[in-house]
Design a binder for this molecule. Structure first.
Ligand SMILES: Cc1cc2nc3c(=O)[nH]c(=O)nc-3n(C[C@H](O)[C@H](O)[C@H](O)COP(=O)(O)OP(=O)(O)OC[C@H]3O[C@@H](n4cnc5c(N)ncnc54)[C@H](O)[C@@H]3O)c2cc1C
Length: 395
């Protein structure tokens, strides 16, 4: 039987940060992970460069049934705290866009930094360790694992969520929550591409790889960034962002000309260059390939005519279609490619200060296993760092 003050299950972003935080306060800490290496999602994140935080992190960048839950931890360990840690380790980084910070070199720099910090505070990190059983005892918790039995006073569940099962994602955290009588809110894939009907896929065939700057809206929320046509459907940052707000059956509205009033623009062009055709005007903003395809699909009855021959009503129809395009996805690509999982352990069950389960003293939940999900752009890691740090300070 091996005894520790703290055992953390899951050596991902939140678990490693929690180990550093608790270890720095003199606690004996072991982190157990079933995978063959630690921080696999960190390694694959941000195209291998890890978008580790965002300059503009605010509570409004997170989705949760309880929008207030994330505030306390985010204010106690901010993006500036994590940036200081990165700078202490002399890891070169840069802002790519919109406050998103990436490593200049590779995501492994972040994993190495976390492991170095764990080692400095004496936290022991083990891989290849699967947990068979978790039991409550009068001394804390008893774990039965592939590396023997462990006893601890505090147990932290940092096993993440369901996205990318091939990377070791499991529903383990939800099972433990249910074992201890905690409510788990329904989960679904977030930050995930949309799939389309066979008809739409056929319509957009050949556009794979084409992108457009667009304002995408659904359920009262909008994001302005690129959309990307793929051979499976629609992706790109603004689609990934809106997917977290999309429910099956919803249509998303796409404005392909977010900077202008397209009707007024068409009217001006009609005056100034009356012989111009509609695809030419669209191609002044969109790529020629996209402009030609959309003209073919949506405006075939107008495509042979110069603008001079189009009525105001026709111009209005064109503008509305391009600026309020209603698209109904058939679904999403699901957990296979989703960056995050929405839903999870109900935050009402957990203290926002200590991350301890109210019904199970000594048991804590941090990171993505909780019902807190960030927007795209480094916010999910900031949540993992902040919740891990806050919990570690209270163990
Ligand atoms: C492709 C991709 C790219 C991403 N890019 C970014 C990005 O650039 N910026 C950003 O902010 N966020 C990004 N994310 C989201 C981010 O990776 C997660 O939100 C974050 O890793 C969650 O941290 P966590 O510690 O809660 O969980 P994880 O990092 O997933 O860690 C959970 C750990 O628990 C272990 N585990 C799971 N089940 C068990 C079990 N039964 N027994 C033992 N161990 C277990 C896993 O092996 C894993 O090591 C990305 C996600 C994906 C999938």
């Amino acid at each position: 039987m091996q005894k520790r003050d703290v055992i953390i299950i899951g050596a991902g972003a939140a678990g490693l940060m929690c180990a550093i935080s608790a270890g720095s306060r003199g606690k004996s800490v072991t982190v157990l992970d079933h995978a063959n290496k630690v921080g696999k999602k960190i390694l694959m994140s941000g195209g291998g460069r890890c978008n580790f935080t965002n300059y503009y992190t605010e509570p409004t960048n997170f989705l949760s049934e309880n929008e207030h839950f994330c505030k306390s931890a985010l204010s106690r360990y901010t993006q500036w705290d994590f940036i200081s840690l990165v700078e202490k380790h002399e890891i070169p980084y840069h802002e790519k866009k919109l406050g998103q910070l990436f490593c200049d070199n590779k995501a492994k720099d972040i994993v190495n930094m976390l492991l170095d910090e764990c080692s400095d505070v004496g936290a022991d990190v083990r891989t290849h360790c699967s947990i068979d059983k978790v039991e409550k005892t009068d001394k804390g918790f008893l774990l039965t694992s592939s590396q023997g039995k462990w006893q601890c006073q505090s147990l932290v569940i940092a096993t993440g969520a369901l996205s990318i099962p091939t990377m070791g994602a499991t529903g383990f955290g939800y099972d433990i929550a249910r074992q201890f009588g905690l409510k788990v809110l329904p989960t679904r894939a977030g930050l995930v591409p949309f799939t389309l009907t066979p008809k739409l896929l056929e319509d957009f065939e050949g556009l794979s790889g084409t992108s457009a700057d667009a304002l995408v809206s659904c359920n009262g929320v909008s994001f302005r960034e690129n959309i990307l046509f793929t051979h499976r459907g629609l992706s790109g940052p603004s689609i990934l962002q809106i997917s977290s707000y999309w429910e099956p059956g919803d249509a998303v509205e796409i404005n392909l000309f977010p900077d202008i009033d397209l009707y007024q623009t068409l009217k001006s062009v009609q005056q100034e260059r009356p012989k111009t055709h509609i695809n030419t005007v669209l191609a002044e903003t969109l790529t020629k390939k996209l402009a030609d395809r959309l003209t073919e699909l949506w405006f075939s009855s107008y495509k042979e005519k110069p603008l001079a021959e189009l009525s105001n009503e026709a111009l209005q129809t064109i503008a509305t279609q391009c600026q309020a395009w209603q698209l109904k996805p058939t679904g999403t690509e699901g957990y296979r490619t989703a960056e995050v999982t929405l839903g999870g352990v109900d935050t009402d069950e957990v203290s926002s200060k200590t991350f301890e389960a109210k019904k199970a003293p000594g048991l804590h939940f941090i990171g993505e296993v909780l019902d807190v999900t960030g927007h795209l752009g480094g916010f999910n890691f900031q949540w993992a760092w902040a919740s891990g740090h806050a919990c570690g300070q209270e163990l």
